[in-house]
Structures are given as C-alpha cells and as structure tokens.
Design a protein around this ligand. Structure first.
Ligand SMILES: Cc1cc2nc3c(=O)[nH]c(=O)nc-3n(C[C@H](O)[C@H](O)[C@H](O)COP(=O)(O)OP(=O)(O)OC[C@H]3O[C@@H](n4cnc5c(N)ncnc54)[C@H](O)[C@@H]3O)c2cc1C
Length: 361
C-alpha cells in the first residue's frame, strides 16, 4: 500500500475512526480507512450488540455533522441498578441514558457512519489488521489511530499502559423495549451490565482479575435471568488488554500520529462509557489533521473531568467490598428516595464523557 498517495490514513473503522474519516472527506480530503475485520461493527462473534451510555444526541450530532437518532440510538426507558445489596430503579430520562446498536446491521450506528463515509468518498480496506509496531511505523505522519479497546499492538506502539481484563460476553434475541441492568457487587466486582434494544440483548460480565466461573453462573442465573428475565442464547469467554486509566491519559497526539476514541482516553475512567467520547474525539482528530492547536484546545476542554473521575475510581477500588456494602448500600437507598434532587449531581459525574452537556445545542 502506497500511503503517500493518500492524504489521510485512518486505522480502525469504529465510531472514532469513521467520524474522523467522514469529517475529513467532507472537507475535501482523500481518506483511506484500514480495518482488521472484513466488515464494520467490531468483533463479529459478539455482534449485533447494544451499548448503553448517557448521550447528548442532538449536540453530538451537530458537532460531528450526522443526524443521530432512532433506530441506531434510542432513549433507554428503564434502568435497574443492583449494587451493594440494593436494587435501585434509576431515573433514566434525567441522565439522558441511551441504547446504541453496534455491529454490521443496517440499524447500527456503525453502519450509519459507514454509509455516510461511502457517500462522502471515503475508501475502506478490510482485512487489514495492524499487528505490530512496524505496521504502525509505516503510516505517514498525522495518520489517525482509532483501534478501540482491545488491541495490544496499538497500545504498545503508542506507549499506552494497559492491563488484562477477563470475563464473558453474551448475546441473544429479545423484545423491542430499550432497557438496561447494571450490577456492582461481590458477584460482579468490576461490573456487569446488559443492554437491550432493536430485538437484541447484549451482556458483559468482566473484571480486572480472572473471574470465577461459579460467580459468573450465579450472576447469570440469579441476577440476569432471575431478576431481569433476560436470557442470552450464546456466551463467549474472553481475555484481552485494555488501556489502564492513568493521570497521563487522555492524549491526542503520540509521536507524529493522532489518537482518537478509546486510545485517546475518550472513555470515562469510572464507568467506562465510551460511545460519546469516541464520536467527539473522532471529530477532534479530524480537526487536528489541519489545526493542531485548535484541536488540542478543544480536546483539553472536553476531557478536563477525566482526572476527577479517575481519582474517584481509585478511591472506590481501594475500598474493601464489605465497606462498600456498609457505606454505599444505604446511600443508594437514599438516592432512590431523593432521585430528583440527585440527578444534577449524576450529570455532573458524567461530564467525564468528553463534551457531555457542554457541546453547543
Ligand atoms: C464489549 C464492549 C462493550 C462496551 N459497552 C459499552 C457501553 O455499553 N457503553 C459505552 O459507552 N461504551 C461501551 N464500550 C466502549 C466502546 O469501546 C466504545 O463505546 C466505542 O466503541 C469506542 O469507540 P472507538 O472508535 O474507540 O473503538 P471501536 O468502535 O471499538 O472501533 C475500533 C475499530 O478498530 C478496529 N481494529 C481493532 N484493532 C485493529 C487493528 N489492529 N488493525 C485495524 N483495525 C483494528 C476494530 O475492528 C474496530 O472496527 C464497550 C466496549 C466493548 C469492547
């Protein structure tokens, strides 16, 4: 591949990569996106899936130049939060929670971005995995790297510290009611959740240490199926690498390359919501291609709550489970009773999602 013939090369046809590609192509650039799989949408074995996230749909759409909405992104109508011995019904509307379809189906956000990219003249090359530092070193300066959560090759090539995670991912068919359930307890130490919309359910159960099969079975039978009545027809076990949230994240540049999405630290370090930040940092990466100073100023502004949430995460991790239950259980009950007053606090917490509640309306 003669990269020099292309004005911009982008690695990763995910949310951030395609947002960057679309904006650069609309700006008249010749754009090539290189993707490891043979289609858009991420890991085929767990697609279609549903991501759940607080989401300023209108402002993000305006910022990235895409009309966002149903069926790709729909308001989440119900959220049960099981934590520290409590079951709390959260106020979903006040925190702007949305279900986002991911994968290759026409109703996914990935497919919507892909179609728009094709219309704008973006070229794609599939089955192009960047597997080593050498692969990345072949790219021209100002290439955009947006390979998402798992690939160790990119994390190593761009000096991003990473750690292992372990767990299960499940998916299946269900009804059309957009909803979610989230668990943080002794049987789901990091956390577990399911998201459901567009007839699809996706469940993730993960931890930063090897998970016990017996705990997972307990979660699946008692919590997911028992409490929520949700069933996945297929499960896969996985182990992978993810960036370690650190006070050195987020970063827009590494060497002569531009980072976007998860690699740029576009994820909230506490709850790991990544959809919002990937779209926003994808657009910022496109700006960075022509104007580094302007892009960096935006990037700093929209990621300034990252360290605050990382500090909270570190405090949370340092608290033994028994104490979490004793202190946070009653607090959650209090939150349930005073949900209306507490929602502004929660929205403030979600400001670690780049641009959340800050983009022009
Ligand atoms: C299982 C799972 C569940 C998640 N759930 C949620 C959720 O509920 N809510 C939320 O907000 N966020 C969630 N996230 C976070 C998620 O990472 C972000 O929402 C978002 O997808 C990140 O966007 P991105 O552009 O950085 O990466 P992605 O959208 O993941 O795109 C990365 C692209 O790069 C490609 N790629 C990877 N490696 C290479 C390589 N070596 N060479 C070439 N191409 C490569 C991938 O195939 C993919 O197409 C979840 C992540 C995972 C993995």
């Amino acid at each position: 591949m003669d990269y020099k013939a292309k004005e911009v090369a982008i690695v990763g046809a995910g949310l951030a990569g395609m947002t960057a590609a679309l904006n650069l192509a609309r700006d008249g650039k010749d754009v090539l996106v290189l993707e490891k799989y043979d289609q858009v949408g991420g890991m085929p074995q767990v697609r279609p899936a549903v991501d759940v996230t607080p989401f300023d749909v209108g402002p993000v759409g305006k910022f990235i130049g895409v009309e966002l909405g149903a069926p790709q992104i729909v308001p989440c109508e119900h959220w049960n939060f099981y934590a520290f011995g409590q079951k709390v019904e959260m106020k979903v509307k006040e925190v702007n929670l949305h279900c986002v379809e991911r994968g290759p189906r026409k109703s996914s956000l990935d497919s919507q971005l892909y179609e728009l990219c094709l219309q704008a003249g973006v070229k794609f090359e599939f089955n192009k995995p960047f597997a080593s530092q050498h692969d990345y070193s072949q790219l021209p300066p100002d290439s955009i790297i947006a390979t998402g959560l798992y690939p160790a090759a990119a994390l190593e090539a761009f000096n991003i510290p990473y750690q292992k995670v372990f767990g299960y991912m499940g998916r299946g068919k269900t009804d059309n009611w957009p909803r979610t359930g989230v668990w943080m307890d002794d049987y789901a130490l990091d956390y577990a959740y399911y998201g459901s919309s567009n007839d699809v359910v996706f469940c993730l159960y993960f931890a930063r240490e090897p998970v016990k099969d017996s705990e997972f079975e307990r979660f699946k039978e008692v919590q997911l199926e028992g409490e929520e009545g949700m069933e996945c027809s297929s499960w896969i076990y996985y182990e992978g690498e993810v960036p370690t949230a650190s006070y050195h994240n987020p970063r827009l540049f590494e060497g002569n390359k531009i980072l976007a999405g998860t690699l740029a630290g576009g994820m909230d370090p506490f709850a790991l919501f990544g959809v919002h930040g990937s779209l926003v940092t994808g657009k910022i990466a496109a700006i960075a291609h022509d104007d580094k100073a302007a892009a960096y100023a935006l990037f700093k502004k929209y990621t300034r709550y990252f360290k605050r949430n990382l500090f909270m995460r570190r405090m949370f991790d340092a608290t033994p489970v028994a104490i979490r239950k004793r202190i946070m259980g009653p607090q959650l009950q209090f939150s349930q009773d005073h949900a209306q007053q507490l929602m502004p606090l929660m929205n403030n917490f979600f400001k670690a999602l780049p641009g959340y509640q800050e983009l022009p309306k």
